[in-house]
Each structure stands twice: as structure tokens, then as C-alpha cells.
Design a protein around this ligand. Structure first.
Ligand code: FAD
Length: 385
């Protein structure tokens, strides 16, 4: 399975990291080198702790290097839905934290990695509705976009109405786009001489003070487990609190370069695409249409979902596309949409369950976990703890 984001000079030139050479000790151990684990490593080293961090595969071999590359303010739920479910303090609080995280990422990695182009929430998909059902759904979604925009404005978040070549919806100018693999590898490059980072080191067991891997044991008084999809496999005690789903994507040959000015998500956010500067489209979606098959820890793409995503790609492109790569990865879902930041054992904190939107929420969770375990700060209300 080849991943479209890996066709990038910065990713191709990643030299790799060695596996853990044997038993070792540090102040802290981080399990998982995706965007969230790397944020935890950074926070820990900035507080002066020695850190060992391990991943079963390459840096960002999981969803962190295989996702849509959207950097959106807020959680997976739209702001008005999050307010309805969790109350305004929790929903707006998490929205503000993700925006701060985006500012931090942009100032650290620069505009080559973080493209501050905004995002469009579209009602439906580009082009005329193909069926009466699609037309009705789009009309409902146009109303929902208006409610969404009112909630954003009420709390001071930037939003403008969008009515343009792609359709009708709202434009959120503060959002951004990235190649997610580049983001993670850029962070790992910055951290490699400040922390001991190891790839190809699967963790078999995690206990208070000990992380047991196939390559040796890491002794550490602080352990942060930063695994989104498949968290309930790494920590079986979280089964029932987080559930793994597969999300699928594809990349196309370049299409007309100016087709998508920024990340676009339509049909209630279930279908999404962004266009790279070379014209390639990166497209995903359809999870709502394939619920039965996508609750799985398997990460192979399937013909049924890929057919749906290809249809989305054609709508986003405004014509036929030629698919170059297809892939999938695991993410964690929770019952009420709140991500997890849970102390599962003395000094062991697990983060994950971002419900499909973890590029910024994950690092927020990582900083929350570090503050909890080192300072005793309780996780805010927007986390399930
Ligand atoms: C197709 C797709 C599209 C998405 N689009 C977006 C998007 O546009 N915007 C957004 O915000 N979010 C998106 N997401 C969700 C987002 O990718 C994830 O929430 C986020 O990347 C999670 O990052 P993480 O670092 O927490 O975890 P992960 O990326 O899951 O990283 C965990 C790491 O832990 C490692 N690991 C797992 N088990 C073990 C073990 N036993 N031992 C050692 N290491 C282990 C894995 O190899 C992996 O590298 C998408 C996800 C997918 C799959």
C-alpha cells in the first residue's frame, strides 16, 4: 500500500531511526511517534526531562502520516454540535486551544509545512445534486452551515459565507493545510538530538514505570501513550471507552491547479479533499456510508469505499480523475465525541480517541497529559478522563 503523502522530497529523504538497542531508563517514555506523541516529546524535553520515545513503525506510520492534512479549529464535531453536546465552555475552550496549537505549529515549522489558506465547509459536494435525496440533504446542510456560522461568530471565530465555483457553504479563514507526513518528520528532525527516538520498536506491555518492547524495557516514572487508532489494543483496559475505525483515502494525478483553493469538506464533513501545490488531489471520506465494515483494526483499503472516494474525487475535481495511490489508517472514536486523556496506571497517561480529527486536538491532548502527570493539573472538561 503506497501513501500519496510519501511522494515528497522531505519524506523520501527521511533517513530513518534505529530500533531501541536494549534496556534503558529515562525520566519519561512516550509510546507512538505521530503528531501527538511528538508534541508530548517536545513538551517533556522543554521541561528538562530526559525522554525515550518509541514507535512500532516509522515516524507517522499511522494516521498521523496518512490523513487528509486538514488543520481545522475545534474538535471533530462542528462548533454548534459540540456546544449542544458538551456545553459552551468545553466546546469553545477546545476550539481556542486548537487554534493556539495551529499558531504554534505554524511558527515552528513555517509556511512550507503549514499553509494558512483557510478551509471551506461545503453544503453537499461540488456540482448539481444527482438525486432528489441529495438535493434535500444539501438544502438541510445549507441551513446547518448558517447555524454553524452563527455559533462561530457568537464566540469571535472568523467565518464568512462561501458562494463560489464549488457550491455554497462557509469559509473559515484561520484554518490551514499540510502534508501530514512532512509535518511529523519535520518535528522528529527537530527533536532527534534532544530526545532518544526509536522506530521499529513495538510495545508489548505498559505498566507503571515500565514499557516492555520487543527490543528491551524502558524504565520511566512518566509514560505517555499517544496512540489514536488501536489504542484499545495497546491498552486493553480502554476497550469500551475507545473504538477503532478505518478511514480511507486516495491521491490522484494532478488536475487543474486552481480547482481547490484550500481544504474542502462537504456532505456534513464526511467527504473531504485538498489539493497539493503540484495539482494532485488528496481525497477521503464515506465513513458514514460503510459503518458496518469500517469498525475494524485492519488498514487495507477496500474496493467499495474506494469507489465512493473516487466519486468524491470526481466531484471535487469537476471531472474524471486518475487515481495514483490508495491507502487507509486507523483512528479512535469515543461515545460522546470527547477525546481521551486518562491516567490508566500510576504515572501512565493515555491520549487518543480524536473521532477522526486529531491533527491539532492530539497535540492539545499531549500537552494536557504532560501537565496532568507532572503538575497534577486535571484535564479540562473537553477531555474524557
Ligand atoms: C484517512 C484519514 C484522514 C484523516 N484526516 C484528518 C484531517 O484531515 N485532519 C485531522 O485533524 N485529522 C484527520 N485524521 C485523524 C488524524 O490523522 C489522527 O487523529 C491523528 O493523526 C492521530 O495522531 P496520533 O499521533 O495521536 O496517533 P497515530 O497517528 O495513530 O500514531 C500512533 C503511533 O503509535 C504507533 N503504535 C501503535 N501501536 C504501537 C505499539 N504497540 N508499539 C509502539 N508503537 C505503536 C503507530 O505506529 C503510530 O505511529 C484522519 C485520519 C485518517 C486515517
Amino acid at each position: 500500500m503506497s501513501v500519496g503523502w510519501d511522494a515528497d522530497p522531505d519524506v523520501e529523504s527521511w533517513p530513518g531511526l534505529p530500533p531501541l538497542p536494549g534496556d534503558t531508563a529515562a525520566d519519561a517514555c512516550v509510546v507512538g511517534l505521530g503528531g501527538s506523541g511528538l508534541a508530548a516529546v517536545q513538551d517533556l524535553v522543554e521541561r528538562g526531562l530526559s525522554v525515550v520515545a518509541v514507535d512500532a513503525g516509522r515516524v507517522a506510520a499511522g494516521a498521523a502520516g496518512r490523513n487528509g492534512g486538514f488543520l481545522l479549529g475545534g474538535p471533530a464535531l462542528f462548533l454548534h454540535d459540540a456546544i449542544a453536546q458538551w456545553g459552551p465552555d468545553a466546546a469553545v475552550g477546545l476550539y481556542r486551544e486548537t487554534q493556539r496549537e495551529l499558531d504554534r505549529l505554524e511558527s515552528m515549522l513555517g509556511p512550507d509545512v503549514v499553509r494558512r489558506v483557510g478551509s471551506i465547509r461545503l453544503a453537499g459536494l461540488p456540482g448539481r445534486p444527482r438525486t432528489a435525496g441529495e438535493a434535500e440533504d444539501r438544502a438541510r446542510e445549507i441551513e446547518d452551515c448558517a447555524v454553524h456560522a452563527r455559533a462561530l461568530r457568537a464566540y469571535g471565530f472568523a467565518v464568512v459565507d462561501y458562494d463560489g465555483p464549488l457550491g455554497t457553504g462557509i469559509f473559515l479563514p484561520d484554518d490551514a493545510a499540510m502534508n501530514p507526513a512532512r509535518r511529523a518528520l519535520a518535528l522528529a528532525r527537530r527533536l532527534a538530538d534532544r530526545a532518544a527516538l526509536y522506530e521499529h520498536t513495538p510495545v508489548a506491555r505498559i505498566e507503571s514505570g515500565r514499557v516492555v518492547t520487543g527490543r528491551g524495557v524502558v524504565h520511566a516514572r512518566v509514560v505517555i501513550v499517544a496512540v489514536d487508532g488501536q489504542l484499545e489494543i495497546v491498552l486493553p483496559q480502554l476497550a469500551g471507552r475507545v473504538r477503532t475505525a478505518r478511514l480511507q483515502m486516495l491521491a490522484t494525478h494532478p488536475v487543474a491547479r486552481t480547482r481547490l483553493p484550500c481544504p474542502v469538506y462537504g456532505r456534513w464533513g464526511y467527504d473531504y479533499a485538498q489539493q497539493a501545490s503540484d495539482g494532485r488531489l488528496f481525497v477521503g471520506g464515506g465513513r458514514d456510508r460503510f459503518l458496518d465494515t469500517e469498525w475494524t483494526t485492519d488498514v487495507q483499503p477496500t474496493p467499495e469505499v474506494q469507489r465512493h472516494v473516487e466519486g468524491v474525487a470526481e466531484r471535487m475535481a469537476g471531472g474524471p480523475v486518475s487515481v495514483v495511490q490508495r491507502w487507509a489508517a486507523s483512528v479512535g472514536f469515543t461515545a460522546d465525541g470527547r477525546p481521551l486523556c486518562v491516567e490508566v496506571d500510576d504515572g501512565v497517561v493515555a491520549i487518543g480517541g480524536y473521532n477522526g480529527t486529531g491533527n491539532l486536538v492530539g497535540p492539545v491532548a499531549a500537552r494536557t497529559a504532560v501537565a496532568h502527570v507532572l503538575d497534577g493539573t486535571p484535564p479540562p472538561l473537553y477531555f474524557a478522563s
